[in-house]
Design a protein around this ligand. Sequence first.
Ligand SMILES: [Zn+2]
Length: 458
Amino acid sequence: MKKLIIIAILLAVTTFVNAQKYVFLFIGDGMGQSDVDLYEAYLAEKDGKEGFVQSNISKIPLLSMCTTHCKNRRITDSGAAGSAIACGQKFNVGEIAYSETGNQPKSIAKVAKEKGMKVGIISTAPMNHATPASFYANQPTRKNYYQIGLQLAESNFDFFGGGGLLKQTGNKKDEKDLMTIYQESGYLTFTSLKAIASMKSHNNKVIFTNETLDRDASIPYKIDREDAPNNSLAEIVETAIIHLDNPKGFFMMVEGGKIDYAAHDNDAGSIIGEMEDFDNAIAEAYKFYLQHKNETMIIITADHETGGVSLGIADNGYESDFGILSKQKMSMSKFGTIIKKQTKNEDNVSLKEYTDLASKYFMGIEMDFSADEQAILNEAYAAINAKSNRAKDEAKSKYNGNNPMAYAFCQIMNRRASVGFTTNAHTCAKVPVYAVGTTTPILDNTEIFGVIKSFIEK
Ligand SMILES: [Zn+2]
């Protein structure tokens, strides 16, 4: 009899343990398969190796390629695509998990929370940016940053981490500070990960904001992080695991938010930095998976592809030198601000001066330019000196709103590496889905919701 009771208790305990579920959903914003390939080719070439070096991403099996189109357009945005992933249905461009009629769609993060799991939402982009917002907010437009921020407080999720907040005091700067609202709703707010990790109890809800933020409230690009107090995405994930681990399990969404930003800028060097940051964060989840194999699901995907990245360009034939991108000293956008600052009080900045600035701050490579490269520089030099409104408008559109000289030097870096771009916007190329914890092929982004739901309800 005693034996039977012990067996019964053991069975109950094992069932309880098996009921634990851990879900990591990684979203590389704008990350096409070609970005993963670029990163792996770069890892090989920078060390003089043949072929590709396997990233942490592709240590996880490639499950399928998935479509990303939204309700009203084939080429989607982060609002509609993030919402489709979060809620399992299609939305219109710019919407955040929004329904015009009736009940608002419930995200997989909310489903997990209702099951008693802890929930973490992490991004290098601002916390009320489209992708993270899709998991806790319902808004007709992603631009309702303040309203999205208010819904963050209502979510009751356990860990928010990464960038800061857009429109923190509303569009007119006359609303109550969102951070104050969070503190009043019971959130403890931090700029130190150590302080979170070393808390005696992890029952409190926390918000972590990186100490240094770009003007757009995002965490600086990895390539720009050297000179400021910063945390990597991996360190944030590591801390989130400590904070969220509990007997009922957790759901964690981790966004590499600025792969997309770098791709919009056609800045291959910065894409690689963001890929590295994202990839290292995945290593943290994979470590956790190895310790909790049967209870853990990791899904890695993208909301859409950005930039139409190609590995190889017509002008270089079959040559590539992706490793050269390790020489790039900072992001193109940061170099643009440096150019602006350094030439602020000068009327006629010569091309030579721009070239010297590029040599000092940006390129890190041979500065003897080929005729084609010189033509790129001449064109940018004409654009930056544009006088008529029409010429200024043309320059703005050609250089996607960036400093034309910074953009031109970045194009030369891309050319030398043989990285091509077809657009400064998104594409509707299918994106990869890598996964452990499921073998069901995911062919459209709306299927991710159901796969995670059946895993946590199993
Ligand atoms: Zn984008």
